[in-house]
Design a protein around this ligand. Structure first.
Ligand code: CMP
Length: 144
């Protein structure tokens, strides 16, 4: 099973990308795909469409377009639920000890990493950043 994670601009800027990827691999995730991207305003608005009416929407779009971020397709049994457990609560102040947000997030908005919140959204969010063809090609002729 697959889910989408995004290492957010706060964590990329503070050089936490490698530590977060190491944390995810140590937790047992297989990184199926990853790239560094700079979201446009239109892309960030589309990605967070469900939050359009929320008070934090404009600020969230500003933040997500403020620098590069790193979307990744992660594989693990029960990937959507397990990734949300590994990253911790949205607000780092409420995140459990040892979770990625507890370790690396700055605030409720600048919270280091995104994770899909349902199977349906994981499929939508993976398609947002990666094509079916490139995902197939990445692993088609792998060794071992
Ligand atoms: P994410 O898991 O990417 O999903 C929506 C994002 O909106 C969330 O992480 C935070 O970055 C941001 N967010 C959610 N709630 C708030 C809030 N109350 N104030 C500011 N940002 C928020």
């Amino acid at each position: 099973m697959y889910t989408l994670a995004i290492i957010k601009p706060d964590a990329v800027k503070s050089a936490k990308t490698g530590k977060i990827i190491a944390h995810l691999e140590e937790a047992g995730f297989v990184i199926r795909a990853a790239r560094m991207v700079r979201l446009t305003r239109a892309e960030a608005e589309a990605f967070y469409e469900v939050h359009r009416e929320r008070g934090f929407f404009r600020s969230l779009v500003e933040f997500m377009t403020s620098g590069p971020c790193c979307p990744m397709v992660l594989e693990h049994e029960d990937a959507v639920r397990y990734l949300r457990e590994v990253i911790g609560a949205t607000d780092p102040a409420e995140a459990a000890p040892g979770t990625i947000r507890k370790l690396y997030a700055e605030s409720k908005e600048r919270n280091a990493i995104h994770a899909s919140d349902s199977e349906e959204n994981a499929a939508r969010e993976i398609r947002f950043f990666f094509t079916e063809a490139e995902l197939k090609r990445l692993w088609a002729d792998r060794l071992g």
